[in-house]
Design a protein around this ligand. Structure first.
Ligand code: SF4
Ligand code: SF4
Length: 203
């Protein structure tokens, strides 16, 4: 895939904006109510199949604000090359939130994994894990459009770190340990190049 970004790690182009764009230090559903989940998410077809295969277990962890009918959890599949299988399946919105968001602002898929002593992201869709980052046209980049809809994490005064710093674990999950080390090196090079450009302009 053609892309305007020069650096590629583990099959993803890297948008250097992730090193400079500001965000909140940490997510806290008690403050934001998990509002990034109000619009649903696109899952990969494989993730969708995994979720559906767990339907009975998921229902057990849902509360009275959530739909217990698995046939109403997802939209129709659509083609999307940014997804591993080439097919994306959106989650439906019910009660003004993703069908998997509970009334306390927690993702049932993550809650369920923790309840069962599994890795917390075992059932969580990749695009949920990555936000405020997103994979768009083959590049790991900032999900500006979705961030702009938020009332807590989009506010300047709450943004005290960069998205890279906020999302270290999530990026490491995507790129793997080796890929993450490569990213750190690229970050250093990129930030140095910005500094040098600024110095050159001031001269
Ligand atoms: S990304 Fe924003 S809205 Fe979503 S959980 Fe974090 S702080 Fe809350
Ligand atoms: S699947 Fe979970 S994390 Fe993703 S949008 Fe729905 S509630 Fe949020």
């Amino acid at each position: 895939m053609q892309n305007k970004f020069e650096k590629m790690i583990n099959g993803f182009y890297i948008d250097p904006q992730i090193f400079t764009t500001k965000f909140v230090k940490a997510c806290d559903a008690c403050i934001c109510s998990g509002e990034c989940c109000y619009y649903g998410v696109y899952t990969d077809k494989k993730e969708y199949e995994k979720i559906i295969s767990m339907k009975d277990r998921i229902i057990k962890s849902m509360d009275d604000s959530q739909l217990k009918d698995p046939s109403a959890w997802f939209e129709e599949p659509e083609t999307d090359p940014d997804f591993e299988s080439g097919i994306a399946v959106g989650t439906e919105v019910y009660n003004g939130k993703c069908v998997f968001l509970d009334k306390q602002g927690f993702c049932t898929l993550q809650k369920m994994a923790i309840e069962d002593g599994e890795f917390k992201w075992k059932y969580k869709p990749l695009y949920c894990i990555l936000f405020p980052l997103v994979i768009f046209e083959g590049a790991l980049t900032v999900d500006d459009e979705h961030i702009d809809r938020m009332h807590y994490c989009s506010v300047n005064k709450n943004q005290t770190v960069t998205i890279f710093e906020h999302s270290r674990d999530e990026i490491r999950y995507l790129l793997g340990e080796k890929g993450f080390e490569e990213l750190i090196q690229y970050r250093e090079e990129y930030l140095n190049s910005i500094k040098e450009e600024k110095i050159a302009i001031q001269k």
